[in-house]
Design a protein around this ligand. Structure first.
Ligand SMILES: C[S@@+](CC[C@H](N)C(=O)[O-])C[C@H]1O[C@@H](n2cnc3c(N)ncnc32)[C@H](O)[C@@H]1O
Length: 261
């Protein structure tokens, strides 16, 4: 599976907002080192540098296209380093003052072990700050799984359906509490207003093409991708009916964790 930075950034405002709200909750004035896990195209890493201009920022990601975009966007700025690594294996050689991750860790399984490990990558007095989509009970996600498991697609896509990667807020609290001094866990549901698209595509389908659809599309050839997307679009149009101007309302829940070592 490969990422497409241009497509992901089509909804940059809506995707950036939770990143900034997470950042605002980190109670540190001048961390020296910051890790941005699953940094993607580096657009959030630049916001981290705006808040902490003297920090050295290390972005970690597994996707070459995303890393190339991140390096291009920060070229000539020695505060940034981008590293290719799989977060499932990543360990900090030296603990960071801030370990930050926006919209990435839901791509990994095994959070009961992952979150304590990340907490141990934070220096004493530092912070772990994570935001993940928690919209797996939303119609968009339920529909995606239903279509992928239907008779027409099961053979090609059934194995791509993951068990729910994000646990209950309580679980993160209990997993992290033994490792940290202070902990704040919360959820927010955004009522996202997605504008009508000139290409006529359902806006939620276009949103999903940037993220949740990627593992499914990467298993299909072009014709099958079109058929799968069309089937999904029919269900999405019922679940998120277009408003008079063609825009749609797309409620989207997200889970936030800020822990202080
Ligand atoms: C939805 S994007 C978020 C990018 C960025 N954090 C942002 O907020 O704009 C998710 C990113 O996580 C990365 N990612 C997913 N699984 C990963 C893994 N196991 N190891 C490293 N990076 C991973 C993807 O390559 C992608 O760039």
């Amino acid at each position: 599976m490969t990422w497409n930075p241009g497509r992901y950034l089509q909804y940059e405002d809506a995707r950036l907002r939770p990143a900034l709200e997470l950042l605002a909750r980190i109670p540190l004035d001048a961390p020296a080192t910051v890790a941005d896990l699953g940094c993607g195209a580096g657009n959030v890493a630049r916001r981290l540098a705006e808040r902490w201009p003297s920090a050295r920022i290390t972005g970690v990601d597994a996707d070459d296209a995303m890393l190339a975009r991140a390096r291009e966007a920060t070229a000539g700025d020695a505060r940034f380093t981008f590293v290719r690594a799989d977060l499932a294996q990543w360990r900090a050689a030296t603990p960071f003052d801030v370990v930050y991750s926006n919209a990435a860790l839901h791509w990994l399984d095994g959070h009961a072990a992952l979150f304590p490990r990340l907490a141990r990558s934070v220096a004493p007095g530092g912070a772990l700050a994570v935001q993940m989509p928690d919209n797996f009970d939303g119609p968009s996600h339920v529909l995606l799984e239903q279509v992928a498991r239907s008779a027409a697609w099961r053979e090609r896509l059934g194995a791509r359906v993951r068990s729910r990667p994000v646990a209950r807020p309580h679980d993160y609290f209990e997993w992290l509490a033994p490792h940290v001094a202070a902990l704040d866990v919360w959820t927010t549901e955004y009522l996202q207003h997605l504008p009508r698209r000139d290409d006529g595509e359902h806006p939620v389908l276009a949103w999903m093409r940037g993220t949740a659809l990627l593992p499914y599309m990467s298993a299909l050839d072009d014709a099958a991708q079109r058929a799968f997307a069309s089937e999904l679009a029919t269900g999405l149009a019922q679940a998120y009916p277009p408003r008079a101007d063609g825009s749609v309302l797309f409620p989207f829940r997200r889970l936030f964790v800020v822990a202080r070592r």
